[in-house]
Structures are given as structure tokens and as C-alpha cells.
Design a protein around this ligand. Sequence first.
Ligand code: ATP
Ligand code: MG
Length: 224
Amino acid sequence: MLASNPPAAQWPHEGAISFVDVSVVYRPGLPPAVVSFSAELRARERAAVVGRTGAGKSTLVLALFRLTAYSGRILIDGRELQSVGLERVRKCITIIPQDPVLHSGTVAHNLDPFEGTPRPELLAALQRAGLPPEMLEQAVDKGGSNLSSGERQLLCFARALLQKRPVLVLDEATSNLDAVTDEKMQALLRTDPNSGSDSDPDPNPNPNPNLTLTLTLTLTLTQP
Ligand code: ATP
Ligand code: MG
């Protein structure tokens, strides 16, 4: 659906998310994957959705990203996502999936497909994600098949740090990491991933004046 009334240029300015009575049926005749899910997530809040396997956690992510149809309403800063162009919706959300697929090319190309980011920033993002700087020029095979699944997840972390989008969604994003690396990524996420320093206690909601938005939500999807 095309947006007949596009949101203001600064949308989303806060990143508050509301799910109102959201249900998803993948195909007629199938039981619903999500039934009447409602939640309020305030701006800059980190929230976790926990449920057994098959409970519908990833389906919620697909609905948020508008990769599947839903009934009910999902609003970011008061705008129902189905009234916003798909491109606008997807540009305000970064997703770190359970099993990321990368593009063939180099690590640098995967971090910055449009190649506008200065090299020092790419290196800093790699470093914050716990990957070695020499990896930047490494070749990536189709789908990222020459990297381990943990390395692919860390590259997605690095890419998320660079994208600086207002909504960050993690779908079991550390499931392929060892315990120490998992803990490091958790610590990174407990700070503001957009602040540029792992040790910042996030005192300033917008520490980078070049950013209109910083991280507002981490929807961490975990199994019990
Ligand atoms: P896990 O913890 O195993 O990742 P989940 O909570 O993320 O599980 P979903 O992947 O959201 O669960 O799946 C919810 C339900 O929807 C399951 O019953 C699943 O079989 C079904 N489902 C998921 N994707 C599809 C699809 N593309 N078509 C039809 N049914 C699907
Ligand atoms: Mg899932």
C-alpha cells in the first residue's frame, strides 16, 4: 500500500512502538502464528519478548518489518506502519537475525553497501563488534558461507552500529556466539550502541550531533 499521507521527514523522532491487538495468519486455513498481541514500548526502552519455540517471536519481527501481513495495528511514534511506505519503515529498523545472510563481496561492502562511510568508521565498528581490523578487506562468499555463523552475527552487529537506526531488533542475535562474546555484545547493547564508546553509561540521549536519532528499542527475542 502506498502512503497517501507520508509521515513527516523527521519520523520517527522518538522510536516509541505500540503493538495493538496484532494477529498474523500466514495462510488461510493455517492456525494463527500470533494472536492478539499488544505491547507498549516507550522511546529508548529495551524490551524482551520471551516465548517457547514456535510461539511467534520471529513472526512479530516480520510483521514489524512488514514482511508479513497482519491485522491490528503496529505504530511507531503514532504512525500505523501500513500507512507508511515500505522503504520508510525498513529504513528506520535494523534487524540482527538469528542466521544472517551476507552478500558476496568484501566485509567492507557488507558493512557499507553504498560505500559512503569513511574507512576509520568501518574499522571502529568492526572493533566494537569484536572483529579484527584486517577482516575489512576479507572476501565474503555468497550468503556469507565462508564465515562462521557467529562471525556473521558479529558483522551484523557492526553493521547495526554503523546504520544508527532508531529501532534495533535482535532475533536471538547472539545464539551462535560463545559465552564470552555473547556477554560482550550484551554489554554493548546495554550501553547506547550509537554512542561510539562501550563504556558510556548513556547519559546523553543523543550524543552525536550528526544523528537525529539514536537507539530507542532493543526487542530481544529469546527462548525461555
Ligand atoms: P523459535 O523460538 O523457534 O525461533 P518463534 O517464536 O520465532 O520460534 P515463529 O518463527 O514466529 O516462532 O513461528 C510461529 C508459528 O508460525 C510456528 O507455528 C511456525 O510453524 C509458523 N510459521 C512461521 N513461519 C511460517 C511461514 N512462513 N508459513 C507458515 N507458517 C509459518
Ligand atoms: Mg524465531
